[in-house]
Design a binder for this molecule. Structure first.
Ligand SMILES: [Cu+2]
Length: 180
């Protein structure tokens, strides 16, 4: 067969074949894609909602978006904590999510906790928001593991270096990540 026998239509058909085969295989063997978004509603100890934290799996990693209001102005340490519980007290959320056994902080020694993030900047109106892609040790499967994960807003600023907590003070608000 010479090249002259390949019409543009032939090329289109050939190009579509692998796609069609992949589509059939996917339908036959792969269930619907699992949820790759999780959301935590952030409540104070008295039950006041002060924000949400949403985590979305992207090609670049786990992207966290925090949106908060009703807080005192200033910088607040925020982290993903290792256990999906905020009861009976916010201490139930455990320490920072740290599957890689790293040291704390974006400016500390080598590495950072999977749950480490920049401080949330709360303005004079009491509101603040932040979007940040977590360290590569953070995976969606790890986030939503058997004991889950929680998000915590602290009363004070994270110094981004003191291990293991950044000296960010009391836990002001907490929320458990749920599939969204
Ligand atoms: Cu924290």
């Amino acid at each position: 067969m010479t090249f002259a026998h390949f019409t543009p239509r032939t090329f289109r058909s050939l190009a579509l074949l692998p796609l069609a085969a992949a589509g059939l295989a996917a339908c036959a063997t792969v269930p619907a894609a699992p949820t790759q978004t999780a959301r935590a509603t952030l409540l104070t100890a008295s039950g006041q909602q002060v924000g949400t934290a949403t985590i979305r799996a992207t090609g670049a990693g786990l992207e966290v978006t925090v949106s908060a209001s009703g807080l005192t102005p200033g910088r607040k340490g925020v982290h993903v904590h290792t256990t999906g519980s905020c009861t009976p007290t916010f201490a139930a959320a455990g320490g920072h999510w740290n599957p890689g056994a790293a040291t704390h902080g974006l400016m500390g020694g080598p590495g950072q906790h999977a749950g480490d993030m920049p401080n949330l900047e709360v303005g004079a109106n009491g509101s603040g928001s932040l979007t940040y892609t977590l360290d590569s040790a953070a995976t969606f499967a790890g986030l939503m593991d058997a004991d889950g994960s929680a998000f915590v807003i602290h009363a004070g600023e994270d110094d981004q270096s003191t291990d293991p907590s950044g000296n960010s003070g009391d836990r002001l608000a907490c929320g458990v990540f749920q599939p969204a």
